[in-house]
Design a protein around this ligand. Structure first.
Ligand SMILES: Cc1cc2nc3c(=O)[nH]c(=O)nc-3n(C[C@H](O)[C@H](O)[C@H](O)COP(=O)(O)OP(=O)(O)OC[C@H]3O[C@@H](n4cnc5c(N)ncnc54)[C@H](O)[C@@H]3O)c2cc1C
Length: 408
């Protein structure tokens, strides 16, 4: 029987703090963290990937069957990056032995008086990406589900498509493990309470665990602002609602009949997107806009008024989808910078601490490429991509953002 320690003897510490050290620590196993782990491992680097939930969870930004990939950006800066991003996905597919990109074509649309499509078409022209400009009547002929007025402007990009989101993340983590041959570790269910930047080396503080790193990549998505309060104004989590509709018949909304689409009106909140039925999930439709939120306390139930709003949008553009049964809905989080640009690079004065967020609701398509850039930065290589605009502490000047503030 053990009694209290004898008088004068210290009470033993019942919750000792474990210390760990690793050369490359990545905080967050979403799209950006998984891609960084894969690229570091393929360059022979050991990796410790730390995740508060389980890898592949559905509480951040990266879960779900698919994300749109396209060159079609109003801000040509992002269109120019896409050939490299597509190449990064192709290399990953070859290495994983798995198809992750599905070419389905993409349609960008806008009503008269909005210059979104004109700007997208000019970006595609500049980058030399095949595309076709259409007026409303041609859209209706090519894709009979669309019932847009004659005056609508549209541009079709045949190479646009979908990336299998959850599969892409799982494939990169699997590859990081395989290529790392025992030097890649994924530490799940390990919430980091604080990043300590006071010492020479950055440290992550979890409950009863302190992890120091030679290089730390912070890929914490919507939680990044909490961990790096100095950047919180450029790391705003926002609540996004997504609907999956099940029209009957589904045929006209299948891949090959319906392209991925993005339709933008005059104001940033009038931006809707969607994609055909993919793997039986239903037709995904959402508004690309949502209020600020707390990622730990966000309401995960979709608002009835939001469902009405999306149905109203569909009545004007894809009327045969407007009253389709709602199969499923979900709330997902963006991490937004006010100008909708990325935030990517070492913290000022701390080359060993690299931030990889936010991607303002349009980052998945770049994530495999961003993983490569993060590996370059961690290894002190010069990334082949100019990231000056995105650097924390960098001058964003009069950057207007991907479409004057809101693109995806
Ligand atoms: C509904 C929706 C639709 C989208 N559509 C598109 C699209 O069509 N095309 C496109 O290109 N992009 C799209 N995006 C954007 C894209 O999905 C995101 O840019 C991308 O997934 C962001 O990944 P991330 O790794 O930065 O964040 P996350 O996926 O959120 O990953 C961050 C990870 O860090 C972990 N973490 C955070 N804090 C801690 C902590 N303290 N301790 C331990 N772990 C922690 C989190 O649990 C999480 O797993 C969409 C996003 C949403 C939400």
């Amino acid at each position: 029987m053990s009694g209290p320690p004898p008088p004068g003897r210290p009470i033993p510490d019942v919750s000792p703090i474990d210390h760990r050290h690793a050369r490359n620590v990545i905080l967050g196993a979403g799209a950006m963290g998984a891609a960084a782990a894969y690229h570091l491992a393929r360059r022979g680097e050991p990796v410790l990937l730390v995740e508060q939930f389980e890898a592949g969870h559905d509480r951040g930004s990266s879960h779900g069957a698919a994300r749109i990939i396209r060159h079609s950006y109003a801000d040509v800066l992002y269109s120019r990056l896409m050939p490299e991003a597509f190449a990064a996905w192709r290399r990953l597919e070859a290495e994983a032995g798995e198809l992750l990109y599905v070419k389905i074509g993409g349609l960008s649309l806008c009503p008269p008086g909005v210059d979104y499509v004109a700007r997208v078409a000019s970006s595609l022209e500049e980058v030399g990406v095949p595309h076709r400009r259409l007026r409303g009547a041609e859209v209706r002929r090519a894709y009979p589900s669309f019932a847009v007025p004659d005056e609508f402007d549209a541009v079709f990009e045949p190479d646009a498509g979908l990336i299998s989101a959850s599969r892409a993340i799982a494939a990169q983590i699997e590859l990081a493990r395989r290529l790392g041959a025992g030097t890649t570790e994924v530490l799940e269910r390990c919430p980091i309470r604080r990043i300590d930047l006071d010492g020479e080396r950055p440290a992550l503080l979890a409950d009863r665990l302190r992890i120091t790193a030679d290089r730390l990549i912070v890929a914490a998505g919507p939680w990044a602002g909490r961990l790096l309060p100095g950047l919180a104004d450029r790391l705003r989590p926002t609540r996004q609602q997504v609907l999956y509709l099940g029209p009957d018949p589904i045929g006209p909304f299948a891949i090959g009949r319906l392209p991925a689409f993005i339709c933008k009106g005059a104001s940033p909140s009038e931006a809707f997107y969607g994609m055909p039925d993919f793997l039986g999930t239903g037709v995904k439709v959402a508004r690309h806009s949502g209020p600020d939120c707390d990622p730990d306390a966000v309401d995960r139930a979709v608002d009835a008024s939001y469902v009405d709003l999306v149905r109203d949008f569909l009545r004007g553009v894809l009327p045969s989808l407007a009253d389709a049964p709602l199969l499923r809905s979900e709330v997902c989080l963006y991490t937004e910078a006010p100008d909708a640009h990325f935030l990517l690079g070492p913290l000022p004065g701390r080359p060993g601490v690299i931030v990889a967020s936010p991607c303002s609701g349009h980052g998945f398509k770049f994530s495999c490429l961003i993983g490569r850039i993060l590996a370059d930065l961690a290894l002190d290589d010069i990334p082949g991509i100019d990231i000056d605009l995105w650097r924390p502490g960098g001058h964003r000047g009069d950057a207007i953002g991907p479409t004057g503030g809101h693109d995806r």
